[in-house]
Ligand binder design. Structure first.
Ligand code: PGA
Length: 249
């Protein structure tokens, strides 16, 4: 068994409603509960208004819950935002930060992501920090530099690498069916780990982008890839479970 437990995260994004969330989370939780000791961790990240729904659907099962974003402050006059302590209060153990749909869709800069990361760790949440080059950066041969920059600038000075997950997510691979070669993912994940330094030995480094049951086996066979962050394939129990079982190495 690898020293870093594999991690299978589903990011539901702005999908599902009350009933479909109960069915999706409930089916996955029931399946997980029947598997005995699983050699990997399972995390579902529903939209914020369904956190309590999903928390009760996975209660008593090995399935954990995460959120998709948080604010950097603990409370205050921030209309429409949710703080890390509020997410912890709702039953979250993880929070996705710096996803490309926030960086590029909402103009979030790495400096802001770093403040959120600090707040998340302070609240006892494990941040899942996303970094990845855009198609343009890749075409210009700047993919590695872009990943290095997103990573170093999104990490606050005093972060705890033991309670951190990083996910390498090339923007051009998200929702497109395209992916880098496994060796390229492994190479980038190695670079991420070397940037984290000696304290990063325990940090789990995932891959995200068009992960599906058909390609998850090859991805998870790499010792450099500690798990996956799943978008659309995680919206069905068959998709999520079909991927998770590939982590049963
Ligand atoms: P996808 O999304 O699996 O639908 O490509 C991945 C992600 O956004 O992390």
């Amino acid at each position: 068994m690898p020293s870093r437990r594999r991690l299978i995260v589903a990011n539901w994004k702005m999908n599902t409603r009350h009933q479909s969330a109960i069915e999706l989370a409930g089916t996955i939780a029931e399946w997980a509960g029947k598997q005995g000791q699983l050699p990997y961790d399972m995390v579902l990240c529903p939209p914020a208004q369904l956190l309590f729904t999903v928390a009760s659907a996975v209660k008593g099962s090995p399935v954990k819950m995460g959120a998709q974003d948080c604010h950097w402050a603990s409370h205050g006059p921030f209309t429409g935002d949710i703080s890390a302590p509020q997410l912890a209060d709702a039953g979250c153990q993880y929070v996705i930060l710096g996803h490309s749909e926030r960086r590029h869709g909402h103009g979030e800069k790495s400096e802001l992501v770093a403040r959120k990361l600090e707040a998340a760790q302070k609240a006892g949440l494990v941040p899942i920090l996303c970094v990845g080059e855009t198609a343009e950066q890749k075409e210009q041969g700047r993919a590695e530099d872009a990943v290095r920059e997103y990573l170093t600038q999104s990490l606050p000075a005093n972060y705890d690498p033991r309670h951190l997950v990083v996910s390498y997510e090339p923007v051009w691979a998200i929702g497109t069916g395209r992916q880098p070669a496994i060796e390229e993912i492994a190479h980038t994940n190695q670079m991420i780990r070397s940037i984290l330094g000696q304290h990063g030995a325990e940090t789990r480094i995932l891959f995200g982008g068009s992960v599906a049951p058909s390609n998850a086996g090859a991805i998870l066979a790499s010792t450099e890839i500690d798990g996956v962050l799943i978008g659309s394939a995680g919206l069905s129990p068959e998709g999520y479970i079909g991927i998770a079982t590939k982590a049963n190495l």
